[in-house]
Each structure stands twice: as C-alpha cells, then as structure tokens.
Design a protein around this ligand. Structure first.
Ligand code: C2E
Ligand code: MG
Ligand code: MG
Length: 710
C-alpha cells in the first residue's frame, strides 16, 4: 500500500480485498500451527465465506467512520460464516478462536503500515474487527440456542407423551423431572414427586423376597454405570399397590464429564405378564373347556406311567367320543354346542380322582387316564359311571339335550408302555365301540388292533376300487306276494378284489362311510350304474322295473344328492318312479329333522323312498307320519322263526297294519322259506325279498330270469 495514500474506510476495504489471499494464507498457517481450530477443512471450506467476512469487516469499519459512505453492509457475512461453522460442528470456542486467528492474520499484514496509518484508522480497524467477530459469535450462539430450544421442545413433547415413565434426578438423588407416564404408573402427582428423594417416590422390591432394593437411579449416579432391574421387581405405588415393572437408570454427565445425576426409565409390565401367563395357560389347557390339553395330558400320563412301573400298578387310558354330537351341535348352534362340551367336560372331571386327568382333545373327543388301577373291574365300573353321568340330559338354553358316549379303553402295561401306544389303542377300541352302536364301552384287544389294521387296508384298497373297475351292481328281485312276480329289484353292491376276493358290502360300506368322500364317490357310482342299467333294460324292450338303490346317510346329507339324481334321471331318460331310494331306519333317526327335509325334496322329484331295516332303529313310529316315505322294509331279524315266535309275529302284524293305515307298501326282507312267505301273505304283507326267490345276481342273469320271462 502506498504511503501517500490517505487512509480511509474505503482504502481499508480495498486493502483487505487486495490482501485477502495473503491473509487467508496466514490464517490457515496460524490455524494449523496453533490449534486445530480449522480442523481438516478443505481449501474450499477454509476460504468459504472468509473473503466476504473480510469485506464485512471493512464495511463495519466504514460504519464506525464518520465518513459519508452511504452503503451499509448488513452483518450478513459474519452470520453466514458463523452458521456454516456451526453446521460443520465447530464448537463456540473453536469458532471464536478462529476469528481471533483471523484478526491476528489481518494485523500481521497491516503492521508494516500501521506506523503510517492515522490513529483514527487503526481505531476503526480494531473496532470493525471486534464488531465483526462479536457479531459472528452472537450469530453462532443464537443459532445454537434456537436449535437447542427446538430440541428441548421435541424432547419435552416426547417425554410428555411416551408410555414409559421417565424420572430424572440430580447428583443428590432429588427428583427434578417426572413425566406424566411416571406419575400415573407411580400414582403420584407432579407436586408430590418434584423435589423429593427418588428412593421415597420409586420404592422398588424384589418380587420373590419382597426385600427393598436400592433405587436404580442412585446406583447409576454412584457407580456411573447403566443399571437395569426387572422383570422380577415390583414397584410400590403411592397407594400401596405393587406392580411388576422393569427399570433402567443411566448416569448423566455434564460437559466436563462429571456425574450430575441420573435418568430412570421404567414401565409397568403387568399387562405383558398376564398375556404371557395366558399364553402359558393356553399352551397347556384347552381354551373351551378349561381342561388340560393333549400335551399336558401326555406329560402327566408319562409321569404316571413312570410311577406305575415303580409301584407295579396298572393305568387305564380311556378315549371318549360323544355319540351324535354333530346333530346336537347342528340343532343347538355353535355356542350351544360349545356350552354342551363345557358341561360334558365338567361332568367327566367330577367322576375322577384328583390324581387322574381328563382332557378335551377334539371337537367331541375327550381322553382320560386312571392311575393306580389294580383290576379291570374298577375301570369297567368307572366307564359305566361316566356313561351314566353323560346319559343324564344336559340343560342347554332351557332345552333338555340327550347324548351318549362311546368309550375305548386301553390298559398299561398290557396294551402299551407309553402314552402314544395307549392313546392309539384306546382310540381303536372307541372306533370299534362306535361301530357296534352307541353308548358302548370297549376294552382294546389285540384282535381289535388287527381289525383296525384290516379296516385301514380295506380303505386303501377301496379307494382304488372304482377306478380299477372292481365294483359291480347285482340285483335281487322284489316279489309281489299276491302275483308272485318281480315288481322291482334291489341293487346291491359287489366288490371283487383281485386278492381279497368277494368283499361283502356289510364290511366295506361302514369303512367307506367313515370317510365321507369315499362313500360319496362310491354312492355316486352306484346311483349312476343303477340308472344306466334301468335304461339298458328299457332299451332292450322290457317293461319298466322299479330299482331300489341303497343310499347312505353321508349321501343324504350331501347338498348335491337331489340335483344329482335329477341329472341322472334326465341323462338316462327315466321316469322318477322307476327309482327308489332305500334309507336305513337307524341312520334316518340320527337326524330326523334334517332327513325329513331331504326326503321331502327327493319326493318332490317323484322318486320313491323306502325305509330299510325297519324295526332295528328306534322303533319310534311317530316319525313316520312326518316322513313322506312309500315303503317299509321289515328287517330280516323279525322274520327268523316268525312262524313259531308269537312276539315277532305280533310285531310284524302291527307293522303291516300301520302300513295299511298310513298307507305304505310293506316289504319283508330276508324271506328264505315258503312257510314264512305263506305266513306273510296270510297277514296281508304285500311284497317280499329273499333267498327263497333269489340271491342278488348279476344283471345279465337277472335279465334272463326275471325280465325276459315277464
Ligand atoms: P340291505 O340294504 O338291508 O340289503 C339286504 C341284505 O340282505 C343284502 O346283503 C342281501 O344280500 C341280504 N339278503 C337278501 N335276502 C336275504 C335272505 O333271504 N337271507 C339273508 N340272510 N340275507 C339276505 P348284502 O348285499 O351283503 O348287503 C348288506 C348291506 O350293505 C345292505 O343291507 C346295505 O345296507 C348295504 N349295501 C349294499 N349295497 C349298498 C350300496 O350300494 N350302497 C349302500 N349305501 N349300502 C349298500
Ligand atoms: Mg337295502
Ligand atoms: Mg335291509
């Protein structure tokens, strides 16, 4: 700078501009050498805004001068510069130091000229530099404060609204903050907590020993470490109530790293705990009946077996299956059915000792075991007792509900040594009990096991039978007793298995019925085959013959039966009256209301309906008035020895007169001798079927013997 040049704020301005690079260079060197104030800023960042800062320092100098320069630069460069430093993470101390260095760099450049500078100008410069620095520092602080305030606000909102309790304490353990959640968990007000020693507000106990524990906040303050407590602690609320909780206290330090207190966060875990307890309960108990579930049952049975082995005593496992539960469920509705199961569970539980267990394992299945069994008689006795108790009507929604129970029994050690084997064998025995009728208790035997095995085999083979073309329909004539001519034929299913040979329907139909889909498939095949045969005989020019087809309850209950029959009648162009469906009495009786509707729908199609095996069911005749049937088939058991047995003769006579009054066709099944046929004709029976006339025979034979001749 020229010595002759008169100094002025403007000149100073120019000087700073000209010297900018050199000042920056010095500033950088100072920054590097002296302190790390400038950190590792890139060159660009080092320079960033510094020229403007210098400019603004010059402008401030102008402000201080008395000169007439009108332009007034706002203190915006110091502001930007300060903000930028703040954003880069400089502390206030670092930023101030940086300004100090800058000041030094400027003076260093100016020194050679200071002598020639008017004192006034040096004063300007000094003041301007100070002002710029103060302004920058103020800006830095203002920005930091703004940020801090908004952070505080955010923190406050968070603390006010979170569900966890937060309490902060000073180094003396006095509470200086407590959020609303903490107040509600501890059931105390803000006033009651603030300023109080934390250990008087947060009283913590060991859940098991109920001993008082040192407050986590105090531990954290003392040892400067995070302290966690729970989940086995209790917090005692102001109202004395104890709540399970979990708490964590963390020490607080000031900027110099000194401990200045602690922040404790905690929460009430009672809901969580009851949920966990409920889950634990659900994993061992049945939600509906409240009885132990299968897993718990097996566990207890296992322990009982271990003890039984040691004591050399027996154990019995009972598998119980409610008879007709499905029907009861259908009538009562789901909640009524559930109610019934609960009551059944209660009654069963009331019949056994405390050391024994009853468990609900399936919709209508229960299992129970009896320990310390010395004799099978005891088990039979209990089985009778259970059946007797279940046999008493249950009151559901003011209605008397009657059910019975089939029971299968296996015993340790005869039938198995482990829970699974015993349960499996008890179940096998129940299946057999069910097959024999209702309300039966049955002990497992090796023979039963063999039968179960056989059924399984039969089922597997039967599944292939339709596709393998092993099924055939045979026909047995139904004879009009007055004319002696065949008025109809019953289609009877025959299964010729390549290895098992002829398997009788009495054996395989129940197996198919146990597996609905299989019965539906076979039943459909029978219906179709019967219709096809009827068409073939019609086409061959024979007079139309009524064909009776046995229909299983599984089919009757299936939604598509009516539409399927309609379809088949139209496919084979048969008159509906040519087809008659035989429904067994006992099956009809299991769901008389549902069956009545279905039978009505079938009747509406025009097909005939016959009650098969009449007399073997519930011998309740009242339902016949409701059920629109055409024919009763007196079961063959009534005809055995009818000519000599007066009681049987009386029953058959009663059935025949009932048939006349309703009116219904009466057909006697299983007529094997002429005597019986004559007797039946004598008492007014219309039709008969049986070996006297013919067995069920192949269709070609039937055609030759009964159709061609008529
Ligand atoms: P069911 O419907 O009562 O048929 C009468 C059964 O008695 C037939 O046995 C028949 O051969 C037999 N039988 C006829 N006359 C006499 C006789 O004079 N003396 C004796 N002792 N028996 C006679 P099968 O063919 O073994 O059928 C047994 C049962 O299997 C049938 O009883 C019926 O309930 C069922 N069944 C047969 N075919 C079918 C079918 O296609 N579908 C359904 N769902 N069940 C069928
Ligand atoms: Mg039949
Ligand atoms: Mg029959």
């Amino acid at each position: 700078m020229n010595q002759n040049v008169k100094h002025s704020p403007q000149r100073l301005h120019e000087f700073l501009r000209q010297e900018q690079e050199a000042i920056l260079e010095d500033w950088r060197a100072l920054g590097k050498r002296r302190i790390n104030a400038s950190r590792d800023l890139s060159d660009e960042l080092q320079r960033n805004r510094v020229p403007e800062l210098l400019e603004s320092i010059a402008a401030s100098a102008e402000k201080v001068s008395t000169s007439t320069y009108p332009a007034k630069l706002p203190g915006k460069w110091p502001k930007h510069h300060a903000e930028q430093r703040w954003e880069l993470g400089f502390t206030l101390e670092e930023t101030t130091r940086e300004y100090g260095l800058l000041r030094m760099a400027i003076f260093k450049r100016l020194i050679p000229q200071i002598e020639t500078m008017p004192t006034e100008e040096v004063g300007f410069l000094n003041e301007a530099l100070d002002e710029a620095i103060v302004e920058a520092v103020n800006n830095y602080v203002a920005k930091a404060n703004r940020r801090l305030a908004s952070e505080r606000e955010r923190l406050d909102v968070t603390l006010q609204s979170i569900g966890d309790g937060v309490v902060s304490t000073g180094p003396d353990g006095i509470i200086n903050y407590i959020n609303p959640a903490a107040q509600s968990i501890l059931s105390c007000s803000l006033e009651e907590a603030l300023g109080q020693p934390v250990n008087s507000v947060m009283v913590t106990l060991d859940e098991t020993t109920r001993e008082r524990l040192k407050c986590a906040a105090l531990c954290a303050t003392e040892n400067g470490q995070i302290t966690h407590r729970g989940p086995d602690i209790l917090l005692q609320r102001a109202d004395g109530k104890l709540i399970p909780a979990e708490e964590t206290a963390a020490p607080l330090r000031d900027a110099r790293g000194e401990f200045i207190g602690a922040v404790t966060t905690f929460r009430d875990i009672s809901k969580e705990r009851s949920l966990r307890q409920r889950l634990g309960y659900l994993s061992a108990y049945d939600a509906l009946t409240g009885l132990p579930n299968r897993a718990l049952f097996v566990d207890r049975l296992y322990k009982t077996l271990v003890k039984a082995e040691h004591d050399e005593l027996g154990v019995a496992v009972l598998h119980l299956d409610l008879d007709q539960f499905k029907d009861a469920n259908d009538t009562l509705g789901r909640s009524g059915g559930d109610n019934l199961l609960k009551k059944v569970g209660k009654r069963l539980a009331s019949c056994i000792d405390r050391s024994d267990t009853v468990s609900h394992v399936g919709s209508d299945e229960f299992i129970l075991f009896l320990s310390d069994v010395e004799h099978k008689d005891y088990v039979s006795g209990l089985c009778d007792k259970l059946q007797e108790r279940i046999g008493h009507p249950f009151k559901i929604r003011g209605q008397d509900v009657h059910i019975s129970v089939s029971i299968g029994i296996s015993t340790y050690p005869d039938d198995g040594l482990d829970p699974n084997a015993l349960l499996k064998h008890a179940e096998t025995a129940t299946k057999q009990a069910k097959a024999e009728g209702r309300n039966i208790g049955k002990f497992f035997t090796a023979q039963l096991n063999q039968q179960a095995e056989e059924r399984r085999h039969l089922r597997a083979e039967l599944k292939k039978a339709v596709a393998a073309d092993q099924l055939a329909l045979y026909f047995q004539p139904q004879i009009c007793l007055s004319s002696g001519k065949a008025e109809g034929a019953e289609a009877l299913l025959r299964w010729e298995h390549p290895e098992l040979g002829q398997v009788s329907p009495g054996r395989f139909i129940p197996v198919a019925e146990q597996h609905g889909e299989l019965m539906l498939e076979i039943g459909d095949w029978v219906l179709k085959e019967a219709c096809r045969q009827a068409r073939a005989w019609d086409d061959a020019g024979h007079a139309p013959l009524r064909i009776s087809v046995n229909v299983s309850l599984v089919q009757l209950r299936h939604d598509t039966l009516v539409s399927r029959i309609e379809e088949l009648l139209s496919l084979y162009q048969l008159r509906p009256a040519q087809l008659q469906l035989e429904l067994t009495e006992s099956l009809l009786m299991t769901d008389i209301a549902g069956a009545t509707d279905r039978v009505r729908a079938l009747k509406a199609l025009g097909v005939g309906v016959s009650v098969d095996d009449f007399g073997t069911g519930y011998s309740s005749l009242s339902y016949l008035q409701e059920l629109p049937v055409d024919e009763l088939k007196i079961d063959q058991s009534f005809l055995r020895g009818i000519t000599s047995n007066q009681e049987k003769a009386a029953i058959v006579k009663a059935i025949i007169s009932l048939g006349e009054s309703l009116p219904l066709r009466i057909l006697a099944e299983g007529v094997e001798d002429r005597h019986t046929a004559d007797f039946l004709r004598g008492i007014g029976c219309e039709s008969a079927q049986g070996f006297l006339y013919s067995k069920a025979i192949a269709p070609e034979l039937f055609e030759a013997q009964y159709l061609a001749s008529q």
